[in-house]
Design a protein. Structure first.
Length: 213
């Protein structure tokens, strides 16, 4: 069975490995390794992000944990019953997921939060393995941002032009699963009103509707 997560010393992407090592020298208490998936047992919804943030998941070792994007994501998940507890910006805050998985298409923190196309492609084997592992559980995917959306589509035999990224766009995948796309819950998108908490909440309200159908 293919590995769902890269090895801690993964070197498939030399630029990302070098950046990780720089981070380890500058921030020795950080996680500083490829960030693994985070999933509840038998997740019905899978959230697909782009990559760890330097002082977010690269610091904490848990997807979307420790930076602004996590503040909005986990608040929204708690409101809609996909997470339980209180989010505390750390991997040991006691927060748990409910019928939910959170993954990134690129597992290592990229410089300037911008992975290259080759880095996205190098990491796709772990995305494909993850999708295969949960193929009988997940009913709805939520892609956050165009990079995550397009990389995710690369795992399916589809024409990307038929699955164009857009906030709130919904598609049926060849597998019969549903795909919803959303603007990324980044600080920039929220501060510029590209994405509001209500817009983001509406995505997960729709997920709940689909799961209840």
């Amino acid at each position: 069975m293919a590995a769902l997560d890269p090895a801690a010393n993964c070197g498939r992407c030399p630029r990302l490995k070098s950046y990780r090592l720089d981070s380890k020298r500058n921030f020795p208490t950080f996680f500083n390794a490829p960030v693994p998936n985070w999933a509840s047992p038998q997740p019905r919804v899978m959230i697909v992000g782009m990559a760890p943030g330097m002082k977010g998941a690269n610091r904490t070792g848990r997807p979307f944990t420790g930076d602004f994007a996590g503040d909005l994501l986990f608040d929204t998940l708690i409101q809609h019953g996909f997470a339980n507890g209180a989010y505390g910006n750390s991997a040991d805050d006691g927060l748990t997921l409910n019928e939910c998985a959170i993954i990134n298409v690129v597992r290592c923190v990229p410089p300037q939060n911008k992975p290259t196309a080759s880095e996205v492609n190098n990491c796709r084997r772990y995305l494909e393995a993850t999708l295969k592992h949960y193929r009988n559980d997940v009913e709805v995917f939520v892609t956050l941002g165009s990079i995550a959306h397009n990389s995710f589509l690369g795992c399916f035999d589809v024409r990307k032009k038929d699955f164009k990224f857009g906030h709130g766009a919904m598609f049926e995948l060849p597998s019969g699963q549903t795909l919803l796309s959303s603007y990324h819950c980044s600080r920039y998108n929220v501060n510029t009103n590209v994405l509001t908490p209500k817009m983001f909440g509406d995505i997960f309200s729709r997920v709940r509707e689909i799961l209840s159908e």
